[in-house]
Design a protein around this ligand. Structure first.
Ligand code: LLP
Length: 407
């Protein structure tokens, strides 16, 4: 990838995504589940750029959405309605209504209160809501505590016994049709055992529902497959699929997975320009033009992202790579081995395709980065760099409105 050329053309900070890599990841998953009917739903929250969605939709992906905004993005990008799932622990009435009217595949329910709400709204709309229930299997995914979701103490889902009661309730409701079972235990998972354990819990439930003549068609194992940021040993798609399928003998369900990071994480690079170096005593800092508002993972989770200097020889000394934001937590990397750098030199932050741009903000009134796709060796802009006018548009209208009223 010619980072220097891209920086010259599109300026920095710049997100760059390798679309061919995304295709490879998608096909490796599809292949792993080949023995069964499968649906791979991309978890939009990892990166919801419309061009990425369109790319994945063309490969046959569905989408796992957690807000109306995400559903609208998926629809706009051409994702088939019957491949869209609506997840999330707190859905607003208007979001439920929207999902039901759009007739997406299913709503993923996380509590009894939510189920009743969906039933009421379906009744008002004179329709039947297709649902799945998120089971909290009380399994430790052994990942960062902020992104672990399958333990009893987490806010997500309901235990298997409660889920069973809810399914029975659905069976007796004219407005609810249970078609799926869902489970998602966390993100950046590197250990296969929690997947086997969680799937065993939901597969047992699946069988007991069958005995009650509740016909579940979609077995959703969630997302969470970890990727390599540094030297992690990751789970192979084949082993992931085998861990799931081993629990499904004798059943005829479509397996669904909702992966985000696995599909896009290592496709992405954040390109940033060195502003200057500074030393505070013995401590070396490289100040760059990207910041925590562009990539918050290092600040928020102490996450590691490899950082490399472009067109420089290796070696050097240790430095913290920091942004211009007025917080000590604003760093992209700590103790990174870097050569002597000058104003205008480029650094690339790797593995930034997932939860990078999608968690970016305008903090410090900084304009969000542009995004570029590389596909078949060719590049194209997929999001323009924000301009000051974008930043203030909604406030400016109010300011002008207030001035008008005062006149
Ligand atoms: N399904 C559900 C219900 C989820 O909550 C998530 C992620 C996924 C699927 C996709 O997980 P993935 O395959 O991407 O691991 N911001 C954090 C990650 C938060 C994950 C939230 N849920 C980070 O930067 O590491």
């Amino acid at each position: 990838m010619d980072f220097s050329k891209l920086a010259l053309k599109y300026k920095t900070p710049l997100y760059i995504y390798d679309f061919d890599y995304i295709s490879t990841q998608f096909y490796s998953l599809k292949e792993a589940f080949r023995a069964r009917k499968s649906l791979i739903c991309y978890a939009l929250k990892a990166n919801s750029n419309l061009s990425i969605l369109k790319h994945l939709a063309a490969l046959g992906a569905g989408c796992d959405c957690v807000s109306v905004g995400e559903i609208k993005r998926a629809l706009l990008a051409g994702v088939a309605k019957y491949k869209i799932i609506f997840s999330g622990v707190g859905k607003d009435d208007c979001e439920i209504e929207f999902a039901l009217k759009e007739d997406i595949l299913m709503l993923n329910i996380e509590s009894e209160a939510e189920l009743k709400r969906v039933e009421k709204i379906a009744q008002n709309l004179k329709t039947i809501a297709r649902i799945s229930i998120r089971v909290n299997p009380d399994v430790d995914a052994k990942t960062h505590h902020y992104i672990s979701t399958g333990l009893k103490k987490n806010k997500f889902g309901v235990d298997a016994d409660t889920a069973k009661k809810l399914y029975i309730y659905c069976k007796n409701s004219p407005f609810l049709e249970p078609i799926g079972i869902h489970c998602h235990i966390g993100s950046q998972i590197l250990d296969i055992a929690p997947y086997s354990d969680a799937t065993a819990v939901t597969a047992t439930l699946l069988r007991s529902l069958k005995a009650l003549e509740i016909d579940i068609k979609f077995f959703d194992v969630g997302g969470g497959l970890g990727i390599r940021y540094k030297d992690e040993v990751t789970i192979e798609p084949y082993d992931f699929a085998q861990a799931v399928l081993a629990n499904l003998g004798g059943t005829d369900v479509t397996t669904v997975c909702e992966l985000g990071r696995f599909l896009v994480g290592n496709s992405g690079y954040l390109l940033t320009k060195v502003l200057y170096e500074k030393h505070n005593g013995a401590k070396r800092f490289v100040v760059v033009d990207a910041a925590m508002n562009d990539l918050i993972r290092p600040s928020l989770y102490d996450a590691y992202h490899e950082i490399e200097a472009i067109n420089k020889n290796g070696g050097g000394t240790l430095a913290d790579v920091v942004g211009p934001i007025c917080e000590s937590g604003d760093f992209l990397g700590k103790d990174v081995l870097l050569p002597q750098l000058n104003h205008g030199d480029l650094l690339v932050v790797k593995s930034a395709g997932a939860y990078g741009f999608s968690m970016s903000s305008n903090y410090n009134s900084r304009l969000r980065a542009a995004e570029v796709a590389i596909e078949g060796g060719r590049e194209r802009l997929i999001r323009k760099r924000e301009e000051f006018e974008d930043l203030i548009r909604l406030e400016k209208e109010c300011l002008e409105g207030a001035n008008e009223e005062n006149r």
